[in-house]
Ligand binder design. Structure first.
Ligand code: ZN
Ligand code: ZN
Length: 364
């Protein structure tokens, strides 16, 4: 059974367990996961015996190249939604249909109401995360893609660092890094590259700005690559143009220790909150509880932020085969911040850190 067949089989099993006859999939990453199709406009209907993909004329060729066996593709020239009602009417035994509440605009939801007023025979059931849950555990082909996205990111970072020094701006660094990502084979940027120098490094999600980097600045770089649709996500923090100060060394060592022990100890089966505590408890003992204000990590895959979550509020156990980030940080307003982020596979033999780039506090 190929990976794609297995995915549809797992989804069909979960639909049957929930008493659903079919599911309308509108989230593009879920569509890509189930069918292989990576275009920007599509709807998918999965029934126990059929999987129908509706898209438009722009993708007529792409569909032939990408869509896996067992999926029926339909090219619609005007409205995917009108075509959807027509195709649904032709599917016998399809009455109770799940839709994805998190991935439907109000405008699109209104179409359900319209269709319902037209003597509809369908019962629409709101659903959350039916496909996302399947995506948590990566199969071998997904894992190979993530490994390649990690390799590309690390190659790009290594090629960028020689161009970083006092006097350049954060935007200069972002531009160089994005150039090197493309050169190394990244299809795009999974999120806006974070380059934060000096006191701006205390902003966990700072966007690159025109700020000029000066001697002695901390420099936080958080970025990723995309390969065959799959993302990597990595953060390293450096010091620019001067040996690190005692305080910079101390803070960086605490973050590194939190990162290293959490990466080594995180396991499939552990609740997300217990994984989060692996780093949080250590930082708390060191007196940095207040300075680590975000969660420890998140799953990566077709999306840069996906399930599972490693957070204080996450009760769900981490599934075997998930790839998650471990990204503790210390942020001190007005002084600066340090984060060290790695991508970690939760395997049957324990955790495997996929990112290998040095975690030393390098002086650039
Ligand atoms: Zn990141
Ligand atoms: Zn992250």
């Amino acid at each position: 059974m190929s990976g794609a067949d297995a995915r549809l089989t797992r989804l069909r099993r979960s639909l049957a367990e929930s008493g659903l006859d079919a599911m309308l999939v509108s989230a593009l990453p879920n569509i890509r996961y189930l069918t292989g199709f990576s275009g920007s406009n599509a709807l998918v209907v999965v029934t126990p015996t059929d999987c129908l993909l509706l898209t438009d004329f722009r993708y007529a060729t792409q569909v032939k190249q990408e869509v896996v066996d067992g999926v029926r593709s339909v090219i619609e020239e005007s409205s995917l939604w009108l075509r959807l009602w027509k195709e649904l009417r032709a599917l016998s035994g399809t009455q109770v249909i799940a839709f994805e509440t998190a991935h439907l605009s109000h405008l699109d939801a209104a179409r359900f109401l319209d269709a319902a007023s037209d003597g509809s025979r369908w019962l629409w059931r709101p659903s959350v995360n039916l496909v996302e849950v399947l995506r948590e555990s990566k199969d071998a082909s997904e894992l190979a893609r993530i490994r390649e996205a990690v390799r590309i990111a690390e190659q790009a970072l290594a090629a960028t660092l020689p161009h970083v020094g006092a006097g350049v701006t954060e935007l200069d660094v972002a531009g160089r890094l994005e150039h090197e990502l493309r050169r190394a084979g990244s299809e795009g940027f999974p999120f806006e590259t974070i380059i934060a120098a000096g006191s701006r490094s205390a902003l966990p999600h700072a966007r690159a700005s025109r700020q000029v980097i000066v001697r002695g600045d901390l420099l936080l770089i958080d970025f990723g690559a995309v390969y065959a649709g799959y993302c990597s996500d990595i953060t390293r923090t450096f010091v620019v143009g001067a040996p690190p100060s005692e305080r910079q060394v101390e803070i960086h060592a605490a973050v590194r220790e939190a990162n290293g022990s959490a990466s080594a100890l995180v396991r499939a089966g552990m609740r997300g909150r217990d994984a989060d505590a692996l780093a949080r408890d250590y930082l708390q003992r060191r007196g940095f509880a207040e300075a680590f204000g975000h969660s420890l990590g998140h799953g990566i895959g077709l999306e840069i932020h996906e399930a599972p979550r490693l957070a204080k509020s996450a009760d769900a156990p981490l599934p075997m085969g998930a790839v998650v980030t471990i990204e503790p940080g210390i942020y001190l307003e007005g002084w600066g911040g340090v984060r060290v982020e790695d991508d970690v596979l939760l395997g049957s033999a324990g955790s495997e850190v996929l990112t290998g780039f040095t975690r030393e506090l390098l002086q650039l």
